[in-house]
Each structure stands twice: as structure tokens, then as C-alpha cells.
Design a protein around this ligand. Structure first.
Ligand code: GDG
Length: 491
């Protein structure tokens, strides 16, 4: 729909995220603009334009900070009328190390994904995390006025909601969307400074996670760690000394219409032929697709093992099936991420060396970034979508694969550990990625499933994904915000 979500006349929504939606830098022709990878920033960009909001984010990249800062109003193209103010918070190298590579990604990320053996904490991490949350709190404080709404994104800002309380007018409503899992108490109790993070988050009027499971986990953690908080399970509300926090589960979806359009528009068939030829995929070879940031939570080595097992057990798949794996580099300053990158290359080389022939490879692996159009074309034409995280808040790739199925005959193989499985698992082929035999069996089942069955299941998947499209998510979140404002929450 084109309806504009309204939350009140003259109310400004201020989005705060770690990543900025646009990166500006000096180029040969003056200021150049590009967009970092990520479904979140792209989706929210549309929203912020539509509701005439503004955005605050870390000004990462190699931009000449001072010069670019003059161009505070984002306009892409440069004179677009629906640009919006983008304020960047500039951080020192040490702050980035401690806040982003430290507490955010070596403590909170592994804790929330249940990867306790990966947690590494230094006191500098926490100090930087606090300091950067303060910097953002100041920036938000300068921006918002009476009755505005602050919409925080993700685990980089665990302390910010509470910090805002002393910096913004009482009637400002603060809401936060947590994109990664919220773990059970037995896991979260291992989090250094965990109760400080929980108290920070209780500064929100509205705290939103993807699934009902995460919502219950969050309430469990509050009950266990914050003795003075009273949890009303039925209402999903936490009462504490500073007020009331409502906790909701609204799964983030994808822009199903746009994905379908880009997967099919123009010379879509020619595009697919070019992609096949670029990756050396011959005629008659069936294709599986995997798309991930190179992260240890995504189960990429397990996927490679499963392809190897498939080819061992089902020799007829040799020469007739190829997995295309797109891996985008991520967080490379953290050793675990560099180790993963090496392990993926080694795994791919091992399986390819073992089975490849002159004109066929089992796995095509690339770290090149695909354009949205190319990516959605690949999804559309791939026979199997392979999504195998060890743990994942949602996983948008699973939904994007479904949304791109213009021909309705693909099969989704999906890990039980992805948040997406709670929503669309029923019509996918479910796997536990560490169970290599089961995973290989699922790939084989997907490749041999009769067409009628595939269409039936994909039809159901498409319908479900449409029912929680990005548009629905925005309406849910902003709808809750509007209701809370009517009830007089905020402050
Ligand atoms: C976090 C949570 C949650 C990747 N390579 C290319 C490309 N991508 C795009 C995908 C997708 C996005 O990046 C990745 O999103 P995911 O949801 O899979 O995973 P995270 O980055 O870990 O995101 C996750 C999400 O937040 C949202 O709440 O689902 O659980 O971990 O959109 O398409 N896009 C293009 N070319 C690439 O090469 N165009």
C-alpha cells in the first residue's frame, strides 16, 4: 500500500542505527554517495523518507568528516525532494575498536547467538560502549523536541534508551528494535555487564524483537536479573522504577513486491544466462544458492560439508548440481571472522578438488557483491535456497528467496535455528545444520521433490512471507507507538 503511517501531526521520528543509510565521500566529481549492504538500512530508508523523519548513525567510511558533514541533508539523487537530515556521529579509532569490534561484536553478538565460547571481554570494550552510547544520546538529545519518537536499532545501543531519559522531554516516546536473537536466561547470565544492558533497555517505552520466543526469553532475563522489576506476562509489560516497558514481537519481513519486480523485469532471462556463464554453470546443472555475511553464526562450513556428503551419497548429483555461495566480508578485524573466511575457502577448495570435472564444479564461491537485481534473479532461478544458520535472529535471505520465486517451483532448505523458521518453517525442508546426514538428505529431497509438491509448498511460503512484508512490520511497530502515545506513555 501507499498509505502513509501516521503517528501524529508535527511528530518527527528519529531513527538511530550503527550503520548509516548512505556513505558520502570526496570523489573526482565532488561528493559521491554509496549505500552499504544490508536489508535493514534499505528498508528503513524508504520509511524515513515517507514519514519525513531523520536519521542518526555512525559516520563510518573514509569520508573527509568535516567537509562531508556540511552536507547534512541526504539527497539521492542530490536534489531529490524527499531527502532527510542524516546526522553522523564521528568516532575515534579506539572508540570503534571498543564499541563496535569489542563489546557489540565480541560480547553481545556471541552471547545473543548462544556462542559462549566466542565471547571475549575487555574492560576497554565496555568503557567504549558506554562512551559511544553517551555520544549518541547527546546527538539524539540535540535533535528531538517535545512529543517526538526515537526509533533505535539493534544491539549497539543497549544503554542508550536509559541515557535518553535525562536528555529528552518527558513525552518523547523511545522504541527499540532488536535484530538478533534474545537468548534464554541461562545463556544471557554469561553476559558481562548483562544487567546494566537490561536496565538500559528498560529505558524504552516499547522494546520489539522478531519472535515470541525472544520476547519470552527477554522477559525471563528481566525477571531473573532485575529484582525491582515486575513482569506482567499476559500484557507483555515490565513495570520498573523509571516507568513501563512494553515488549512486543513483530517479525521483520522483506519488500516482497520490489523483490519480485527486480527478479523479473527487463531482460531477466538474459541476466540469468549471464550469471550462469560468469559462474561456469553448464546447461542442465541445477543450482542451489546461499547468501551470507561471512559470519560464524551462518553455518557456511556446515553447508559445504553437506554438499560434500550429498555428492558422496548420491553420485548422480555429481555434474548435475552446483551450490552458488555468495559471501560478503564482515567484521574482519575480529580473529574469529578471519578464521572463518579461511575455513570457507579451504572447505570449498577441498570439495571442489575432490569432485570437480573439466566442465563442472560442486561449489562456486565468490565474495563479490551482487546488485539487488542480479541477486534476486539468482534467487528466482535457483532450484534450492539453502539457509543454514547455527542461530539467526530472523534471516532475510530465506524470505528474499521466497519473494523472488516468480515461477513458484523452488524449494527452501531452512535451519530450525533461524528466527525465520518460527514463521515459515512448516513449508520449508527443515534441517539442523550440524547434522550433516540430515542436511545432505534435505538437499537430496529438495532436488528430487515432484513439481506439484514444490509448487504447493512454495505457494504457501509466498503467502506467508507476504503476510509479514516490511510494510506490515512498519505498520505494526508504528501502530504500537501510536497506541502507546494515546495511552499517555512516553517519558
Ligand atoms: C541481522 C540479523 C536479521 C548479502 N550479500 C549481498 C546482499 N546481501 C543482503 C541480503 C540480506 C542481507 O544482506 C543479510 O540479511 P540477513 O537477515 O540474512 O542477516 P544479517 O546481516 O546477519 O542481519 C538477522 C537481520 O539483521 C534483519 O533484522 O534477519 O538475523 O543477524 O538482505 O540480501 N545484497 C546484495 N548483494 C550481495 O552480494 N544486493
Amino acid at each position: 500500500g501507499t498509505e502513509r503511517p501516521t503517528i501524529g501531526e508535527g511528530v518527527e521520528v528519529v531513527v538511530v542505527s550503527n550503520r548509516q543509510p548512505y556513505r558520502h565521500s570526496w570523489g573526482d566529481n565532488g561528493i559521491e554517495v554509496d549505500r552499504p549492504t544490508g536489508g535493514l538500512t534499505a528498508g528503513l530508508d524508504t520509511v524515513v523518507r515517507r514519514i519525513e523523519g531523520s536519521w542518526i548513525a555512525w559516520g563510518d567510511g573514509d569520508a573527509d568528516a568535516e567537509a562531508v558533514d556540511e552536507h547534512d541533508r541526504v539527497s539521492v539523487p542530490p536534489d531529490a525532494e524527499d531527502g532527510y537530515p542524516l546526522r553522523r556521529v564521528w568516532l575515534t579509532e579506539d572508540q570503534v575498536d571498543g564499541y563496535y569490534y569489542g563489546f557489540s561484536n565480541r560480547v553481545l553478538w556471541p552471547i545473543c547467538h548462544g556462542a559462549l565460547t566466542r565471547v571475549h571481554s575487555e574492560s576497554e570494550y565496555w568503557e567504549a560502549y558506554e562512551a559511544v552510547n553517551e555520544r549518541f544520546a547527546d546527538a539524539v538529545g540535540e535533535r528531538v523536541g517535545r512529543g517526538d519518537v526515537v526509533w533505535l536499532q539493534d544491539y549497539h545501543f543497549g544503554l542508550l534508551p536509559q541515557m535518553l531519559r535525562s536528555r529528552v522531554p518527558e513525552d518523547v516516546l523511545v522504541t527499540h528494535f532488536w535484530h538478533i536473537p534474545w537468548p534464554g536466561w541461562d545463556t544471557f547470565r554469561a553476559c558481562p555487564h548483562g544487567s546494566e544492558v537490561l536496565r538500559g533497555l528498560l529505558g524504552n517505552d516499547l522494546f520489539v524483537v522478531h519472535t515470541e520466543r525472544y520476547r519470552q526469553n527477554f522477559l525471563d532475563c528481566v525477571e531473573a536479573a532485575i529484582p525491582d522489576a515486575v513482569v506482567d506476562r499476559a500484557a507483555g509489560r515490565v513495570f520498573h522504577e523509571d516507568g513501563v516497558t512494553t515488549v512486543e514481537a513483530y517479525p521483520l519481513g522483506v519488500d516482497t513486491e520490489r523483490i519480485l519486480e527486480l527478479a523479473t523485469d527487463g531482460d531477466a532471462d538474459e541476466r540469468w544466462r549471464r550469471i550462469r556463464s560468469r559462474y561456469g554453470i553448464g546447461e542442465g546443472v541445477r543450482v542451489g544458492v546461499g547468501v551470507d555475511r561471512l559470519d560464524y553464526t551462518k553455518g557456511i562450513p556446515q553447508r559445504i560439508d553437506a554438499v560434500e556428503r550429498l555428492l558422496e551419497r548420491h553420485p548422480e548429483c555429481r555434474g548435475t548440481f552446483t551450490l552458488v555461495q555468495i559471501g560478503s566480508e564482515s567484521r574482519s578485524r575480529i580473529p574469529a571472522y578471519r578464521e572463518l573466511q579461511t575455513a570457507v575457502v579451504e572447505g570449498v577448495n577441498r570439495v571442489n578438488a575432490r569432485f570437480r570435472t573439466d566442465d563442472w564444479r560442486p561449489i562456486v564461491y565468490t565474495t563479490d557483491r551482487l546488485s539487488d537485481r542480479e541477486l534476486y534473479t539468482l534467487y528466482r532461478n535457483a532450484d534450492v535456497g539453502v539457509v543454514s544458520p547455527i542461530r539467526d535472529g530472523m534471516n532475510l535471505v530465506a524470505q528474499e528467496y521466497v519473494a523472488a520465486q516468480a515461477d513458484g517451483n523452488g524449494v527452501l532448505v531452512l535451519s530450525r535455528q533461524a528466527g525465520a523458521h518460527d514463521l515459515i518453517g512448516e513449508d520449508a525442508v527443515s534441517i539442523t545444520p550440524q547434522d550433516t546426514d540430515e542436511f545432505a538428505g534435505a538437499l537430496h529431497a529438495a532436488l528430487t521433490m515432484p513439481e506439484e509438491r514444490r509448487r504447493e509448498r512454495m505457494g504457501a511460503l509466498v503467502e506467508t512471507c507476504r503476510s509479514f512484508d516490511t510494510e506490515v512490520w512498519i505498520e505494526d511497530v508504528l501502530g504500537s507507538v501510536a497506541r502507546l502515545r494515546e495511552e499517555g506513555h512516553g517519558g
